[in-house]
Ligand binder design. Structure first.
Ligand SMILES: NC(=O)c1ccc[n+]([C@@H]2O[C@H](COP(=O)([O-])OP(=O)(O)OC[C@H]3O[C@@H](n4cnc5c(N)ncnc54)[C@H](O)[C@@H]3O)[C@@H](O)[C@H]2O)c1
Length: 272
């Protein structure tokens, strides 16, 4: 990675739970690229304390915040600006959770209380983050706000369950709020649609191993790793992508445009 691509930039990184987390890799890469940032996660996710290692390694402070709580978010943005010494240039929303997926509830038999909880955490929280940054006027011009998503928003992957609907909503929020942030504040808002990746959230999906192997065989460049996703996030936070906004950006080794690959066909032709 070109060094110091984010020199002088300030940000907030949501969602680093452990070393496997995509947000963890983004934090390490943003630090290497010269950025200053605060780290945040839900108070309950911090009980294991792993995030403190990341904070130490990147010279960052940790501010607990439940991303569904407007009160927590307001405190987070205000404190981050104080700690970092000015307005923000980037925000990463790397948050996802479905109670129905966790509890193995089938899509045809959803529990709607659980659906609402998952929808609030996984999608509406992005609107809450954007609205907090908007109202507090926390972003510098040409800032960049990103959320992570998955292609089940466009195509059906049965075991992705209600997370598919949450991701569709998340991507729509990026477009809708991206318009207002662009016009009024010259800030870009995008989602990155990442390959299946072995993390705590990812491995909660039923049959995830098969899912990863299938995507690997279908993607001309192979699955994108968490580190490669982090590299892409750094590019999106940098000044090299200033006019990219309101997009859902596929970062999946080409998977999203492939109908079938030779490797997958071979399995049906009896060659392998
Ligand atoms: N792993 C994959 O296969 C994959 C693929 C595409 C997109 N994504 C997306 O990437 C993002 C990051 O997930 P990951 O794979 O790194 O897994 P992860 O489990 O490491 O990260 C998910 C994070 O969400 C946080 N979170 C949950 N509820 C929260 C709340 N109320 N407030 C604040 N934070 C909360 C968790 O504590 C955790 O840090 C998610 O949006 C996920 O859907 C993952």
């Amino acid at each position: 990675m070109p060094s110091q691509l984010l020199a002088g930039k300030r940000g907030i990184i949501f969602g680093a739970l452990n070393k496997e987390s995509i947000a963890w890799k983004v934090a390490e890469s943003a630090h290497a690229a010269g950025a200053k940032f605060t780290l945040t996660n839900a108070p309950i996710a911090m009980r294991m304390g792993e995030i403190n290692q990341l904070a130490e390694a990147t010279g960052s402070q940790v501010i607990p915040a439940d991303a569904t709580s407007m009160e927590d978010l307001e405190k987070l943005f205000k404190e981050s600006e104080e700690i970092l010494g000015g307005k923000l240039d980037f925000v990463l929303h790397s948050i996802g959770m479905s109670v129905n997926v966790r509890k193995g509830r089938h899509y045809t038999d959803l529990n709607y209380d659980w659906l609402e909880k998952g929808w609030d955490v996984s999608a509406v929280s992005f609107h809450k983050v954007l609205q907090t940054a908007w109202k507090l006027d926390s972003m510098n011009e040409w800032g960049s706000i990103l959320a992570l998503t998955y292609m089940a928003a466009q195509r059906t992957f049965p075991d992705y369950n209600d997370m598919a609907d949450n991701k569709a909503y998340l991507e729509s929020i990026a477009r809708s709020f991206g318009y207002h942030f662009g016009v009024k504040k010259k800030v870009r808002v995008n989602t990155i649609s990442q390959s299946p990746t072995m993390t705590t959230a990812g491995s909660g999906v039923k049959g995830f191993d098969g899912f990863i192997s299938y995507a690997e065989k279908m993607s001309p460049l192979g699955n994108a790793s968490a580190q490669e996703c982090a590299d892409y996030c750094i590019a999106m936070f940098s000044d090299l992508t200033k006019k990219v906004t309101m997009q859902n950006l596929f970062h999946d080794g080409g998977f999203s445009n492939v109908g079938v690959s030779d490797l997958v066909m071979d399995q049906f032709m009896g060659n392998k």
